[in-house]
Design a protein around this ligand. Structure first.
Ligand SMILES: [Cu+2]
Length: 490
């Protein structure tokens, strides 16, 4: 009897340890990084958020002060629809040992949808905050490693056998004196108890399995986020080719539908579409379709060469929920592009045929080799034909726009000198929490002129090693130029 209980407690402890180690190991599988550079009052800071791939999940937050003077940092996650009022008190970020300007914190994101993280810096010049937009979305279904499944199954069988033997022993021997031999009646009582215990355990296992399946189904249909798909058709209208996009926003996971509020402009446009020729990555366009119906957008097709194109469409909703939708289309050699008139004055494209430059050239400042998982800090510079650095002008409300894509298509980011968060969402959150003048100030900061080194840098963390393509767009002399680069990330 005693031995049974000892074994039971050892088994339960082993099971608990395995479950706990599974949890801590799974918190680092796959990461969605948000990098955001901005100012909290007088303090320039860079925030990197490694968002969890499951919800609820733990977000890892790193805050780097880009100038001395910050003594303490606190962080607070806020849901878009509850704001500061619906949030717990902020968490203090810990200073990283040996670093004077680095702080780290971990925050639970409990529900799916648009969030912002309020980062508050405290120092000699007072306490100031900025908001970093972040989507809390489940993007992965974590697999149970085979060895762990096998171990848990063996321990489960052991546990069931032990529980049945405990029920048997309790009914058969618990009322006997030490050393007394159980009578046939006691044995029968023991067998009956074991039978009842087996029935209860079988019901428990069956019920548990049904509950687990229902939970999994709910996670797959309600929580797991997959990019919205964009339907595309190419038609001819007024002598030019027009690309029509159809999106059904009601087709997302149900836990996101509340976030799918009306669209708001992000750097001045309701939608930013990036298209790239998949064979060779040698032709691209950055377009801004206009809405022609609640689910349809349209843009004139620039003179791009024939081929298959991958399409990425970025939108931001009023809730602060921003996402990239996926699609594709083909351009035939017979597709008309000669009578092209841009739908939007800020549309820009680049191919071998248009590669003669717009009076300046965009070059990388520094190497094009990067390391994944760390702040890459991509830098670019613009030079005129005389080799003299060009003065950059705001293009779409910023000094530069960059698109990063893994050659295998598994990664895509539209990034800015402020990072890869949606600036439209950042401004919307700031307006909601701190008022219109704070939002106005943020919009102005986004366009701050370059420093003395004339380098425009894009903070970014590559999520994994591989070969990437980078397109950087900037404006000078009222013309937009695109620099194209191939990057290797270790
Ligand atoms: Cu942009």
């Amino acid at each position: 009897m005693n031995r049974s209980f000892q074994m039971l407690s050892v088994c339960l402890r082993a099971l608990a340890m395995i479950v706990m180690s599974a949890w801590s190991a799974s918190a680092h599988i796959g990461q969605q990084n948000v990098v955001f550079e901005g100012t909290a009052g007088p303090y320039p800071i860079r925030v990197i958020i490694k968002a969890p791939v499951v919800v609820p999940g733990l977000a890892e937050i790193t805050v780097r002060s880009l100038a001395p003077g910050v003594d303490a940092v606190s962080v607070l996650p806020m849901r878009w629809d509850t704001g500061r009022k619906g949030s717990p008190p902020p968490d203090k970020a810990r200073p990283v040992k040996g670093e004077s300007d680095l702080f780290s914190a971990e925050l639970w994101l409990m529900t799916s949808g648009a969030h912002s993280v309020q980062v508050t810096a405290n120092g000699a010049r007072g306490e100031h905050s900025l908001l970093v937009p972040i989507n809390s979305i489940a993007t992965a279904r974590l697999a149970l490693p085979k060895w762990m499944g096998g171990t848990l199954a063996v321990l489960g069988v052991l546990l069931v056998c032990l529980l049945i033997s405990v029920a048997n022993a309790a009914a058969k021997e618990s009322v006997l004196e030490a050393g007394e031999v159980p009578s046939p009646m006691h044995r029968r009582r023991g067998l009956a108890a074991a039978g009842v215990a087996t029935g209860i355990l079988a019901c428990g296992i069956w019920g548990g399995q049904r509950w687990w399946k229902a939970e999994e189904q709910q996670y797959l249909t309600r929580q797991l986020f997959e990019p919205f798909q964009v339907g595309t058709t190419l038609t001819e209208k007024d002598g030019q080719s027009v690309l029509r996009l159809s999106i059904d926003f009601s087709k997302g996971p149900s836990s996101f539908l509340r976030n799918v509020t009306p669209l708001i402009p992000d750097h001045g446009k309701l939608m930013h579409v990036f298209v790239v020729r998949t064979n060779g990555f040698d032709a691209m366009a950055h377009l801004h379709p206009v809405r022609i119906s609640p689910t349809q957008f349209e843009t004139a097709l620039p003179p791009l060469p024939a081929g298959n194109y991958q399409l990425f469409a970025d939108v931001t909703h009023e809730s602060g929920f921003s996402h990239t939708m996926l699609g594709g289309f083909g351009i035939r050699p017979t597709t008309r592009t000669d009578a092209f008139k841009p739908t939007d004055e800020d549309d820009a494209w680049k191919s071998a045929a248009s590669a003669d430059g717009n009076g300046f050239q965009i070059k990388m400042a520094g190497a094009s080799n990067f390391v994944s998982g760390t702040d890459a800090g991509i830098g670019i510079q613009a030079f005129g034909p005389d080799g003299i650095p060009k003065e950059l002008e705001p293009y779409l409300g910023m000094l530069g726009h960059a698109f990063i894509m893994a050659e295998d298509g598994s990664v895509f980011s539209h990034i800015h000198p402020q990072g890869n968060g949606s600036m439209g969402a950042a401004i919307a959150f700031t307006r909601r929490e701190f008022g219109t003048s704070a939002a106005q100030k943020l919009a102005e900061e986004i366009c701050a002129p370059l420093g003395a080194d004339r380098t425009l840098s894009f903070p970014y963390v590559f999520p994994k090693p591989g070969n990437y393509r980078l397109w950087v767009q900037a404006k000078a002399g009222a013309k937009v130029e695109t620099g194209t680069f191939r990057l290797t990330v270790d």
